[in-house]
Design a protein around this ligand. Structure first.
Ligand code: SF4
Ligand code: FES
Length: 371
């Protein structure tokens, strides 16, 4: 019989998905296929209580995300409350729904950091990918307001087959916008993005070239811009430690208050989830059934169980194992030791070489005009 697990360390970060509403329609949307409706969203008071509980549990950072968090009219008081609770606040936004005045108000209440997504380096590309006319122009304005307010800015660029060849321009744009950090993140093919694999999967040649560009730019822009690069999963030999290991460093709260070990955990059948307010967040984190399910290494099967990397990558991503191998406890098929790896690579290479079909956009039926 396995020894009882020691009490887990507190999570560092909480991802607060304030709403699933979003004016954009990105074909690689990472939100669940089943979205929370506006009328099921947590109230302002419930979010404030959740921030206080998170801080008491030991959470240091709250990432305010969505959907588009600016779709919440109470964004400014929510940021104020998170700051009052002692949390470092990071706003993850498309920029749509922010105005100059709102950025100034967010700065006034102590917002610590802004992460702005871009879908391309010009309006033609960005508005086509995001499915939102005028989006690029607004993002450029928002970056200017953020910069003028003196707020630290990270640009998040989701890269894929159709824009990876413009990586150098993307890096230059981040510098021009005054960003301190650029995340070059290749699309992850979870959820909606899986419908657009042939339109988005980058080729190996693109990925290799991107790596060279990033290495050269890191050298050239030392002291100006930090660049993170996340390559396509199937170009790696081993998987990433998704979430730093299940239920080890972070938790997510969905718009309706469901507490998850990762943003896609609801795709794993058989897990049961709790809501904020049903039990103390500390109890949910430490003993909640979904959090216990894959914490540590005792749940692992071979080849992970006897692998020297099992405490480095924790077997990769549970949700990806579920999606690609049909078993959440299997080795992530991204790993070269997985029996499903060869099939995954073959499928990805075929998608990468395919002529890109039209995007299947993520239309949000419940969208409402934003401020
Ligand atoms: Fe990681 Fe498991 Fe692959 Fe080993 S076998 S590298 S632990 S995913
Ligand atoms: Fe759920 Fe990776 S997205 S564990």
């Amino acid at each position: 019989m396995n020894a009882p697990l020691p009490r887990p360390s507190p999570p560092m970060a909480m991802l607060a998905e304030l709403t699933h509403r979003c004016p954009l329609s990105c074909p690689y949307c990472s939100n669940p296929v089943e979205l929370s409706r506006k009328d099921s969203e947590l109230s302002t008071e419930a979010w404030i209580a959740a921030f206080r509980e998170a801080a008491a549990l030991g959470v240091l950072h709250v990432h305010l995300s969505g959907g588009e968090p600016a779709s919440r009219p109470d964004l400014v008081p929510l940021v104020a409350a998170a700051r009052d609770a002692g949390l470092y606040t990071n706003l993850i936004t498309s920029g749509i729904g922010l105005t100059e005045r709102r950025v100034a108000e967010l700065d006034d209440v102590g917002l610590d950091h802004v992460q702005l997504s871009i879908q391309g380096t010009d309006a033609a590309m960005a508005d086509r990918v995001g499915g939102y006319r005028g989006g690029f122009a607004r993002k450029m304005q928002v970056a200017g307001w953020v910069h003028s307010a003196g707020l630290p800015l990270t640009v998040n660029a989701v890269m894929h087959k159709q824009n990876l060849d413009r990586l150098e321009e993307t890096i230059e744009l981040a510098v021009t916008l005054g960003a301190r950090r650029l995340e070059v993140a290749t699309v992850q093919f979870h959820g909606w993005a899986a419908l657009n694999r042939a339109a988005l999967m980058p080729t190996r040649a693109q990925a290799m070239r991107a790596r060279e560009i990033v290495l050269a730019a890191r050298e050239r822009l030392k002291g100006t811009l930090v660049i993170d690069y996340v390559p396509a999963d199937h170009h790696a030999r081993y998987p990433k430690a998704c979430m730093g290991g299940w239920a080890s460093t972070g938790l997510n709260v969905t718009p309706d208050g469901t507490v998850l070990p990762c943003h896609a955990a609801q795709t794993i059948p058989g897990l049961t989830f709790e809501r904020v307010g049903s039990r103390p967040l500390k109890a949910i984190w430490e003993t909640g059934a979904a959090f216990m399910a894959f914490r540590g290494t005792d749940w692992m099967q071979e080849p992970c169980r006897s692998c020297e990397r099992k405490t480095i990558d924790f077997g990769g991503c549970r949700c990806q194992a579920m999606a690609l191998a049909g078993d959440a406890a299997a080795t992530d098929p991204v790993c070269s030791k997985s029996p499903h790896h060869a099939a995954l690579v073959a499928e990805a290479e075929a998608d990468a070489e395919a002529t890109p079909p039209d995007f299947v956009y993520r239309r949000m039926p419940q969208n409402e005009p934003v401020a």
